[in-house]
Design a protein around this ligand. Structure first.
Ligand SMILES: [Zn+2]
Length: 449
């Protein structure tokens, strides 16, 4: 990709309506454009990164025997009436009537659609267990949506549904999926994500976990023990501590004051503290609620008719993407992990009006491209300051700087986005040097490409 042709207009100033770092950089760097509150179009850099994240998720889901399917965005209310959720889910679900005056909804989750798909098809125990998943647009009419992709009203989500002949089999698969989630977060550069016990709320199951990125800008409250491994969301912690008096409407600071120093339910030491987090994934053991409500049955080994057990497993892809940016940035822009960066390599040609610079830059760009590296080439005749500012905003992990001065010694400068490494390579060694640096970047994620 040549930067002169990339659609977008980079801003030097912080947009006034934004308060989250990820949102500020994504607006300033022309990753996203606000269409309405919580509704965005994506420019190429965001689209590319999100596709890379989706492919990592897809690989890990396929790796645990997931079957990729697709449910509709628009569903009839009758499907949601079978589980009574048409009336119990609040205004976050968008309801409307079609031309025949039938009640319809926009999908905000797809348990009903998943059971609908499997019902009458997975009729024998031999077909179990199985997991189906999709990566698709969801719509939730969130009341607060000022956080960019962290809390959008229309967003891409991976949602998976597993079906089992027994509770025991569900519990086993739940652990398998938990590990797959850890691999996903590691591969996208969020090894620091933690999983905590959570309340399953609207999903109606029993055992569930949320995957959290600890972050000062998060809206979720997490209770952690400094002494042992105990982690839970605040609702679960309060439920387990009936002596705690927490009124509704307490501020974060007030809640923290009450809970900090409380006794840990696991190790009993007074080492509890509260942290903020962004929820980037969740997994639930749903049990038989949905299969019973929708009368989905299979025949077991003994010829008896039974309701399957279900698990469901979600990841908000756009939110995960923005969370990566929250976790990895500096004052100048995102520092993308190489696995999800819009481009792996960013070429800056300083003074492209110089004949040598133009020639060498073009040659390096084409060499890297034909070796299937993901590379963007700043071929504009702009100042070094402007070029570097834009390269910082796009956040490619590796940058090649081609200038007349270095070319006098037949060299190019190669630096990492986090500025931790700076190398002068012979022009002819550029490809090999860059490839070595790329594999080093992947090693930082603790996984081999
Ligand atoms: Zn403890």
């Amino acid at each position: 990709m040549k930067l002169s042709k990339l659609l977008g207009k980079n801003l030097r100033e912080k947009p006034s309506e934004c308060f989250l770092q990820s949102n500020i950089f994504m607006i300033r760097g022309s990753y996203i454009k606000n269409v309405a509150s919580g509704i965005f179009s994506l420019f190429l850099p965001a689209k590319k990164s999100i596709r890379k994240i989706e492919n990592i998720i897809r690989e890990e889901m396929n790796n645990i025997n997931g079957q990729e399917v697709l449910f509709p965005v628009v569903m009839p209310a009758t499907l949601w009436e079978e589980t009574n959720r048409y009336s119990t889910v609040g205004n976050e679900m968008i309801r409307f009537k079609d031309r025949n005056d039938s009640n319809m909804v926009l999908g905000m989750t797809h348990e009903e659609a998943a059971v609908h798909l499997a019902k009458g098809v997975a009729t024998s125990y031999i077909q179990y267990p199985f997991m189906i998943y999709q990566i698709q647009t969801k719509v939730r009419d969130e009341p607060r949506s000022r956080a960019g992709l962290i809390r959008a009203r229309e967003f891409t989500m991976k949602d998976a549904y597993s079906f089992h002949v027994s509770k025991n089999d569900l519990e086993k698969y739940y652990e398998v999926c938990h590990r797959a989630y850890e691999r996903i977060f590691e591969r996208v550069g969020l090894r620091e994500a933690i999983s905590i016990q959570s309340d399953s709320g609207v999903m109606g199951g029993s055992i569930s976990h949320e995957f959290m990125l600890l972050s000062d800008v998060g809206e979720d409250k997490i209770v952690i023990c400094k002494n042992c491994n105990y982690k839970a969301n605040i609702e679960v912690f309060v439920k387990n501590n009936t002596s705690l008096q927490l009124n509704d409407g307490l501020s974060f600071e007030e809640t923290v004051e009450i809970i900090n120093g409380c006794k840990c339910p696991a190790c009993e030491s007074k080492s509890i503290y509260v942290s903020r987090g962004i929820e980037i994934g969740n997994i639930f053991q749903l049990g038989q609620k949905y299969t019973k409500d929708m009368d989905m049955k299979f025949v077991d080994e003994k010829g008896e008719s039974k309701f399957p057990y279900m698990g469901c497993y979600g990841i908000g892809v756009g939110r995960l993407y923005a969370s990566i940016c929250e976790a990895h940035n500096d004052n100048y822009g995102p520092i993308w992990p190489i696995s999800v960066a819009p481009w792996e390599v960013h070429i800056c040609a300083l003074r492209i009006d110089n004949k040598d610079v133009k020639e060498v830059s073009e040659k390096i760009y084409n060499t890297l491209k034909s070796d299937h590296l993901d590379v963007v080439f700043d071929d504009r005749n702009s100042s070094a300051g402007e070029m570097f500012a834009d390269a910082d905003l796009l956040g490619a992990p590796i940058r090649i700087i081609i200038s007349a001065r270095n070319l006098n010694e037949n060299k190019v400068e190669i630096i990492t986005r986090d500025k931790s490494e700076k190398i002068f390579a012979q022009v002819d060694d550029t490809l090999e040097t860059v490839k070595k640096m790329i594999s080093k970047e992947y090693k930082k994620l603790n996984f081999n490409d």
